[in-house]
Write a protein that binds this ligand. Structure first.
Ligand SMILES: [Mg+2]
Ligand SMILES: [Zn+2]
Length: 232
């Protein structure tokens, strides 16, 4: 009998990863899904990975919008994804910020990325296997949150992030854009064709940036590793 395994997740940052980056988006129309990622997300979901959005929303602590506004934004996001047959398994947000103006939310918390609190909560709620899961985000705080939770990480390069200086902030892979990140996940999960796994931001110092310089596998050997990773 095949042992029953806990599901893996693809954790996704929201702003700059699923949708175009905006400064404190507060209305549904502010969330504009990147083109071309719907079918890729659907492919990952059909392969059995849970899709979970993990987002810092300090605008709540700053009084820029309310939980009601955020609910309307996420309902819009869900309907945009539904056009591609994609259904989110969870959306977790951190409403906190120590410099907030709403007293109840102006606190230090364990959920604001780079802390892994939201991922740990999602893992408990959805019975996820974090070590077989992925985190895709556009800043190094996303990478660190994913690494702290034990996930594999992909940084979407929007050109904003400096060379990582600590191991926890070094992504396993860097992608040119979110579609590339999703193709990397699909390739490593054995559900998509091989893709470029060696991309690095031009401004990064190769010696410190990632696994790439020393022990990043070539595409060919990576495919073998993908099989092993599947069996973890
Ligand atoms: Mg982001
Ligand atoms: Zn928080």
């Amino acid at each position: 009998m095949t042992p029953i395994r806990r599901p893996k997740a693809l954790f996704l940052d929201r702003d700059g990863t699923l949708v175009h980056p905006r400064h404190y988006p507060s209305r549904p129309a502010d969330l504009l899904l990147y083109e071309g990622i719907g079918p890729l997300l659907r492919g990952v979901q059909e392969a059995g990975l849970r899709l979970v959005v993990i987002t810092n929303q300090s605008g709540l602590a700053r009084g820029l919008f309310t939980e009601g506004d955020l609910g309307r934004m996420h309902a819009h996001l869900a309907s945009e994804l539904a056009r591609f047959g994609v259904r989110l398994d969870g959306v977790y947000h951190c409403p906190h910020h120590v410099e907030g103006t709403i007293p109840a939310l102006a606190v230090a918390c364990d959920c604001r990325k780079p802390q892994p609190g939201m991922l740990l909560r999602a893992a408990a709620d959805l019975d996820l296997d974090l070590t077989r899961s992925w985190f895709v985000g556009d800043i190094l705080d996303d990478v660190e949150a994913g690494a702290r939770a034990g996930c594999r990480t992909v940084l979407v390069d929007l050109g904003t992030e400096p060379t990582p200086q600590t191991r926890l902030r070094r992504p396993d892979y860097v992608a040119r854009d979110t579609a590339h990140a999703l193709r990397i996940v699909a390739a490593r999960e054995g559900i998509g064709p091989p893709d470029d796994l060696t991309y690095q931001p031009a401004t990064w110092n190769a010696r410190h940036s990632s696994m790439a310089a020393t022990d990043r596998p070539t595409v060919a050997t990576t495919n073998k590793r993908a099989t092993n990773a599947d069996n973890r």
